[in-house]
Every structure is written in structure tokens, then in C-alpha cells.
Design a binder for this molecule. Structure first.
Ligand code: HEC
Length: 139
């Protein structure tokens, strides 16, 4: 009996593989696989900001200039000092808590596990403020 079940499984596996193999070219075409992207398409996806700053958009600003914007658009969740209100994420503190020492109580914050300001910028620019992502200018 167990041989029979094994054979049935093999048969089902082979049949599934056949169906997938026939469906694959159509799916690949739908996804644009095998097609060389245009420079415009590459530019559309190539928007990451790297730790070394490659990919940063034009712009400038200081923490002092950004403070009123933070207070208006961020503080009602993250707190005036990044302490986090209610259950919203804490941004400040946590330095040195990512250790392998017992007891492991990492406080995951901008201070403890975001080593590069450039990638932090990238995240904020894409994803924050939470209710209106992509509403901020690079400045
Ligand atoms: C409505 C509440 C809300 C507002 C307003 C808001 N955030 Fe957030 N923020 C969140 C939430 C929720 C997360 C976690 C999102 C996730 O993990 O997907 C987060 C995550 C973050 C993180 C990553 C924290 C980490 O340790 O990974 C940063 C940095 C951040 N927000 C900065 C900002 C800044 C700067 C603003 C204002 C421009 C802002 N947020 C406005 C709710 C908010």
C-alpha cells in the first residue's frame, strides 16, 4: 500500500510539474521576464539610497530647520523627543542594547540599529509620516 501511495505522489508531482512548465512561459511574459528594460524603467526602480550616500536626491536642511516639521508631522506618534506615544514606535534611546549578553533586551530604535543616516533618510522619505508616505520633500 505504501508503494502505491508513493507512486501516486510521484505521478501527481510529475503532472504538477508539467502543468507549471506549460504555464511558465505565459507567466514570464506577463511579468516582463526576458525583456531588456529601458533606461527609463531602470531609473524608475533605481531609487535606493545607500549607506555611502549614493542615490541621495538634491536637497539640504538642518535638524534645527526640521524641528517644526517634526513637531507638526511626527511628534503626535513618536513623541516630542522620539520617546514614542502610546504604542507608536520609540525612535530615541536604546544605545548599546543590541548585545548577545544575557538577558537580551534589545531596544530597537534609530539610535541602536540604524547605523547610517542616509538609509534612515531613505526610509523616512519613502514611508513617513505613516498616514501620508511620500509627502515630504528631500529638504
Ligand atoms: C500616525 C503615526 C505616525 C506618524 C505621524 C509618523 N510615524 Fe514614523 N512610524 C510609525 C509606525 C507605525 C512605524 C513602524 C512602521 C513599520 O514598522 O512598518 C514608524 C516607523 C518610523 C521609523 C523607523 C523606526 C525603526 O526603529 O524602525 C522612523 C525613523 C520614523 N517612523 C520616523 C518618522 C518621521 C520622521 C515622521 C514624520 C515625518 C513620522 N515617523 C511620522 C508611525 C508614525
Amino acid at each position: 500500500m505504501s508503494v502505491c501511495v508513493t507512486s501516486m505522489r510521484k505521478l501527481l508531482f510529475a503532472a504538477s510539474a508539467l502543468v507549471l512548465a506549460q504555464a511558465a512561459p505565459a507567466a514570464a511574459e506577463d511579468l516582463g521576464l526576458g525583456v531588456v528594460p529601458t533606461p527609463e524603467q531602470i531609473a524608475g526602480w533605481n531609487k535606493d539610497v545607500r549607506p555611502d550616500g549614493v542615490g541621495l536626491p538634491e536637497g539640504s536642511g538642518t535638524a534645527k530647520e526640521g524641528e517644526p516639521l517634526y513637531l507638526e508631522k511626527c511628534a503626535y506618534c513618536h513623541g516630542d523627543f522620539g520617546e514614542g506615544l502610546g504604542r507608536w514606535p520609540v525612535l530615541a534611546g536604546g544605545f548599546g542594547t543590541l548585545t548577545y549578553q544575557f538577558p537580551q533586551r534589545p531596544e530597537k530604535t534609530v539610535g541602536s540599529y540604524w547605523p547610517y543616516s542616509s538609509t534612515l533618510f531613505d526610509y523616512i522619505w519613502r514611508a513617513m509620516p505613516f498616514p501620508e508616505p511620500k509627502s515630504l520633500t528631500p529638504d
